[in-house]
Design a binder for this molecule. Structure first.
Ligand code: IMP
Ligand code: MG
Length: 174
C-alpha cells in the first residue's frame, strides 16, 4: 500500500532557517578549535549534513558512518555496516544525525567513537523525539523537538518512502 504524507511538520523555509541557526552556533563553538570532523549517519542524515556543512564558516571535514538497527526481539541492537575512512584520534568530532528516537543508535555511536580518543565528541540531531528517548545520551545541538510520530522527508524515510521530499511531514499510520 502506498503511504501518504498526512501533514507538513516543517516547511523548506523553516528547515533552512533552523539549519542556519545551528550552523551559526556550531561555527561559533568550534571557531578556535581548528578543524571539526562532521560524521553523518547514513542514510538519513545525508541532506541535513549537506546543508549544514555548507552553512558552516569554519574549517571542516566530512565523514560518514552507516549503521543498521534491529527491531523486534533484539530491539536496540545496532550494528555498523560502514565506518569512517579517517583516523579521528585527537580530532574534534561532531556526530550529525537526522533524528534521535530511542537514542540507542546515538549511544552505540558515542561508545565506539569515544574509544578512538577524539579530542572532543559532540552530537547534533535535526529532530529529537524526546518522549521516546530511553537511552541516556547527550544531544548538544537539536534542530526541532518533535512528538512521537513517524516523519519523512529531508533525508528521513519510511521504507524509503518520502526520503527526498524537501519538507518534513508526518505519515499516516496504517
Ligand atoms: P534510535 O536508535 O531509536 O534513536 O533511532 C534512530 C534511527 O531510527 C534514526 O537515525 C532513523 O533512521 C530512524 N528513525 C526514528 N524515528 C524516525 C522517524 O520518525 N522517521 C524516519 N526515521 C526514523
Ligand atoms: Mg538514521
Amino acid at each position: 500500500m502506498q503511504k501518504t504524507v498526512r501533514s507538513t511538520l516543517f516547511s523548506e523555509e523553516q528547515i533552512e532557517r533552523r539549519v542556519g541557526e545551528l550552523a551559526k552556533a556550531i561555527s561559533d563553538d568550534y571557531r578556535d578549535k581548528g578543524n571539526v570532523v562532521l560524521i553523518g549517519i547514513l542514510k538519513g542524515s545525508f541532506i541535513f549534513l549537506a546543508d549544514l556543512s555548507r552553512k558552516l564558516d569554519i574549517d571542516r571535514t566530512v565523514e560518514f558512518i552507516a549503521v543498521s538497527s534491529y527491531h523486534g526481539a533484539t530491539s536496540g541492537a545496532v550494528r555498523m555496516i560502514m565506518d569512517v575512512r579517517g583516523d579521528i584520534a585527537g580530532r574534534h568530532v561532531l556526530i550529525v544525525e537526522d533524528i534521535v528516537d530511542t537514542g540507542n543508535t546515538l549511544k552505540y555511536l558515542i561508545q565506539i567513537l569515544k574509544s578512538r580518543n577524539p579530542a572532543s565528541l559532540k552530537t547534533c540531531a535535526l529532530l529529537h523525539k524526546a518522549e521516546a528517548t530511553v537511552a541516556d545520551v547527550p544531544i548538544d545541538y537539536v534542530g526541532f523537538p518533535i512528538g512521537d510520530e513517524w516523519v519523512v522527508g529531508y533525508g528521513l524515510d519510511y521504507d524509503e518512502f518520502g526520503r527526498t521530499l524537501p519538507y518534513i511531514g508526518v505519515i499516516d499510520p496504517d
